[in-house]
Write a protein that binds this ligand. Sequence first.
Ligand code: ADP
Ligand code: MG
Length: 707
Amino acid sequence: MTVPEERRARELTAHWEALRRPASEVRGIGSGLARHLEAMGIHTLEDLLLHFPRRYLDRRRISRICEVRIGEEATVVGTVCSTELKRLPRNRSVLSVAVYDGSAYLYGVWFNQPYQADRLPEGTEVVFSGKVQYRFGRLQMANPAYDVLEDPGEVGRATVHTGRIIPIHPASQKMSAAMLRRLIMRALEQYGDLPDHLPYRLRRRHGYPQRSQALREMHFPTTRGRLNCARQRMAYEELLVMQVALALNRRHLRTETPGMAHAPPGSLLAGFLAELPFRLTASQERAFREIVADMTAPFPMNRLLQGEVGSGKTVVALMALLLAAGGGHQGVFMAPTEILAEQHFRNMDALLPAHLGVRVELLTGSTPPARRRDILRGALAGDLDILVGTHALIQDDVEFRDLGLVVIDEQHRFGLRQRITLKEKGAHPDTLIMTATPIPRTLSLTLYGDLEVSVLRELPEGRAKTSTLVIGADEREEAYRMVREELAMGRQAYVVCPLVDPSGAVEAKAAEKEARELRSRFPEYGVGLLHGQMAKAEKDAVMEAFRRGDVQLLVSTTVIEVGIDVPNATVMMVENADRFGLSQLHQLRGRVGRGEHRSRCIFVFAGESEESWRRRKAIAEINDGFDLAEADLEIRGEGSLFGTRQSGVSDLRVARLSKDFLLLRRARSDAFALVEEDPHLEKPENRLLRLEVRERYGENLAWLFQA
Ligand code: ADP
Ligand code: MG
């Protein structure tokens, strides 16, 4: 670097670092205000500048009440001059709030929300937005969106037509939106000349405004168009930083970390495939090809295998384990529960012809001590090829002679520490992660953005279709009739009870009650009960009885969500389906339709909200788990998704995974290209980007920042 370049770099860094100073540096923020800000999570200048409005009030479009047109969407500002609450039978009510703006009256009307009255006492200045109706000789809005104006002067009638869009910042009891608006305005004046960590090349390519300009528009938009543009830029910037972090990790893992180069598929795999009782699906074949390419390369594999329950992941994992075994390495397969570990073990054991001489063992918390000692000896000596198990695998005394592959099922059920501990039992083992939870593409690009992904989209042939029926709580008899029909044909049924409380105690009670009820309703059939409060031996006995067919009707809580595979079960009734997420409902549905018989899944919904209706429609119409996950994301937003916390998704301030898919793709491809060119972010033009990446994701990039 030349001397002026170096000086410029130092200046930029100092400028960037200045934003990490306390928010109290803004003129007018004393210790009292600073404390209120702290309580809202606003500590630094940057926190304050990035505290974006929740929404905006388009003051340019405020109408005088005497001028509003019936049927139009309008915004009016006025003073509450009377409230009237009418109580109706059965807990219903109608609240009418009259507002006067000097020209006429308009009523806000709320049904069954009496508490709104507390927020709208007489004399309050409010803004109502909604569709104007004419009812009972008066103008009204039903359930208007409203704001209470703490500081009427700012949106006063005198300045109604001044053509500004007013930001409504997320506020607190102690810190009103109006106060925040003033503080942020001042912060922008004082510190608004921000350094831009978005490399100039990228900014120009997409025609984005500068950071300082975008920030101003976010807080105090001049037009909707510019606000939109600013929002795009801020969302892109956030996603870019995140994707750069992922790209750095991915590249580091793939090209800078020593790994094991497994021998290509040989006679062991050929022998296995020759006796496999079915043909692999096209996606199983593709997934395995991808795995072979990773494993035979001299870098560690970090691949995610995604596929619904029953899509045949275990077979693919077993083939990967055999690839390792063929070259003399050992493999380990960790599942989150004993039920799952046992099922995988049984599955593998059944598929492996004895003459191949592959030794597979199962290690869980219930493995008897003598057996356990024997298994550990085998693992250490190297004459055990594959070890399947639960958390029990992580214990210190589980050691391998030569661990070459780690398979982890449903990794989100394990902590990072546990995964690392397992990997550290080998020198540089390859890793295959499996998940049956369908993840929307947006989320998998963030949550698993540094992994390679293989997807099993099709189910093996020969599975009968499952039809889905959505019914209301009052149509339950119909559901029981269908259950009876299936039982009469010699089939079996599940009845799933809702999750009532996280502790499981109430849930167990609900399931017990349901079981009693069904026993009297279906006296001629065996009814079994399964819930989380039961002892393992008890659970095992019930499951085994259901598997054998001694129990025809199994009442359970969600413990069956993963695990059970009983092809003769052809009908499932899910009570209180409102309480489950769409993906969870879909997983439940996957428990039937496992054999050759047509199956039915009946969801009982009771909720009457808009969301409940959208969910009913989605589960009834969409059969693909991934499409359903997308729909869930759209209906409930990202807060509903598992894993959003640890992935940093919840730290995104502007970007919304449910809406910004295209932006995410753009950021991702830019980020990966950038890292390809500058793998350690050493180029001068990426200096600030590097600081930003370290600030947000440094913990995950220790290899880069602690070197
Ligand atoms: P997953 O682990 O994805 O839930 P499994 O691997 O347990 O699915 O497969 C479910 C069942 O389907 C197992 O009994 C397995 O042997 C069987 N199976 C797997 N792949 C195929 C295939 N290509 N054709 C037919 N059956 C298959
Ligand atoms: Mg490898």
